[in-house]
Design a protein around this ligand. Sequence first.
Ligand code: CTP
Ligand SMILES: C[C@](O)(CO)[C@H](O)COP(=O)(O)O
Length: 231
Amino acid sequence: MSTAAIIPAAGLGLRLGGETPKAFREVGGESLLVHAVRGLQAATAADLACFVVAVPAGTEDAVRKELEPYAGDARLLVVAGGAERADSVRVALELVPVDGIDCILVHDAARAFVPAAVVERVVAAVRGGASAVVPAVPVTDTIKRVSTAGEVVDTPDRSTLVAVQTPQGFDPAVLRRAHATGGAGATDDAMLCERLGVTVLTVEGSEDAFKVTRPRDLLLAEALLADRRLT
Ligand SMILES: Nc1ccn([C@@H]2O[C@H](COP(=O)(O)OP(=O)(O)OP(=O)(O)O)[C@@H](O)[C@H]2O)c(=O)n1
Ligand SMILES: C[C@](O)(CO)[C@H](O)COP(=O)(O)O
């Protein structure tokens, strides 16, 4: 049995700014998307057999060509994404083969520097019987719930909060059932599973799996990569 990876990479990166869609922005001379594919490939225990990448419409052929050298023996499929992240995941999911796949990962191109150990932890938890698995890190700020008027409503107990990352891993049948319900308002795939009443397990994430979202994240990405190249 093998793993399939869906990579939603069709976002515009409005918070990052610039002319180029975020997944094509370069760090250390390579696009975030290339870093993301390489990061998943480094997780050898995941047995990746297939990548399905959702990209901005019109860029499919160029991306296929760019990623081919990094896909190794895995099958590479590139598809035009949708309006929201959940739409991009859903169109990609339709292309994931049913036979021979016991785990589907959904991994943001924007979380391009996830360590292999995190990927392998997620896959191992799915193979160990979990239906849905998310990597998580502790929240370090005090979080406030606020009203629309900007007034603090309350302060949730921080020890019960975590920030979740990708790749998120799923039993294929569960992920298909979750996306069949539609993705309205869902900012991650685990949320769709939660709506079905499926238990979502957390495993240890990593600060390196941060999401490139705002301009200063690119500085952090350059520094992280430079440090990795040194060590
Ligand atoms: N319609 C969309 C929107 C997002 N994504 C992908 O989902 C991941 C996480 O989304 P986010 O970081 O929010 O990316 P953007 O939507 O591009 O960012 P922004 O909200 O700042 O425009 C990214 O890899 C992004 O390319 C996608 O495939 N399709
Ligand atoms: C999937 C995700 O990366 C988990 O933290 C996150 O929810 C994506 O959110 P975004 O608002 O689309 O960046």
